[in-house]
Design a protein around this ligand. Structure first.
Ligand SMILES: C[S@@+](CC[C@H](N)C(=O)[O-])C[C@H]1O[C@@H](n2cnc3c(N)ncnc32)[C@H](O)[C@@H]1O
Length: 253
């Protein structure tokens, strides 16, 4: 694809372009999340980034808040390796760890951590409703009162909203068509590009093995997320940003 293997930062930029093809206002989501963190927490807060991918959100957070620190976790060995390489630019303020959110007990296995905030983007839709409720419940049981959680993701309109559902799907198609025409990688293209880096290619087979028996889940709606968060023990459950079916969900412990 290129005459030299891409650097970690080049891969992160291509990742951001690829993800923006599927999420029209991805940067607006991130800006909202960073604003909430800035307005709510002291400058030296600690955050947990669930399903961090190549470190996209953690990198933005650590750049925006020079005294904050992040634990970034993911189950994909290739993406987590890239996150480790990218986030090394932030020194010991960044820690990465392998975590399978689908496995009960995932948070205890991460070890102790006094996180002021839990953030996640475009990721929890990989989990079944039961797994999602478990993730929220483990967090609620562990986090100190006042800690906050924000989840940015597409949450599809339910069967009661056929018009909005169709509009959102049409908007997604438009966004993808424009982004790919402008040169963004598709999901598959991006992983082919990442496999040009020997250190990452070495992790491809394990990545495929881990996700082989995990078919895409039907997307949960906003109502399910809000109810699951309340059931888990969070309060002030609501949203801080929305564009069509794309949301940033907020909850406070
Ligand atoms: C679309 S990527 C989003 C990455 C990043 N948060 C971002 O917004 O750029 C979804 C991420 O969820 C991770 N993921 C999926 N299932 C997971 C699980 N059971 N445990 C941990 N991470 C998981 C994938 O490996 C991938 O990194």
């Amino acid at each position: 694809m290129t005459d030299h293997p891409p650097s970690p930062r080049e891969l992160l930029t291509r990742w951001d372009d690829q993800q923006a093809a599927y999420i029209a206002h991805r940067e607006a989501r991130f800006t909202t999340m960073l604003d909430v963190l800035r307005l709510y927490l002291p400058e030296d807060f600690t955050a947990l980034d669930l399903a961090c991918g190549p470190g996209s959100l953690s990198d933005r957070l650590l750049s925006a808040f020079p005294r904050a620190s992040v634990t970034a976790v993911d189950y994909d060995p290739l993406l987590l390796r890239l996150a480790t390489l990218v986030l090394a630019d932030h020194g010991d303020r960044a820690t990465t760890a392998e975590t399978d959110l689908a496995e009960p007990g995932w948070l205890a296995r991460l070890g102790p951590g006094n996180w002021d905030a839990v953030v996640t983007s475009t990721a929890l839709h990989w989990l079944s409703p039961g797994q999602l409720l478990n993730v929220y419940s483990e967090l609620a049981a562990h986090l100190a009162p006042g800690a906050l959680l924000m989840n940015a993701d597409h949450l599809r309109y339910g069967p009661g909203f056929p018009t909005l559902r169709a509009l959102a799907e049409r908007h997604d198609e438009e966004t993808q068509t424009a982004a790919f025409a402008a040169g963004a990688d598709t999901w598959g293209d991006w992983f082919a590009r990442a496999a040009e880096v020997p250190d990452l290619a070495a992790r491809s087979a394990e990545r495929e093995r881990r996700f082989a028996d995990r078919p895409p889940q039907p997307l949960s709606g906003l109502d399910f997320h809000l109810a699951a968060l309340r059931t888990a023990g969070f309060s002030e459950v609501g949203t801080v940003w929305q564009y069509l079916d794309d949301y940033v969900v907020f909850a406070r412990r």
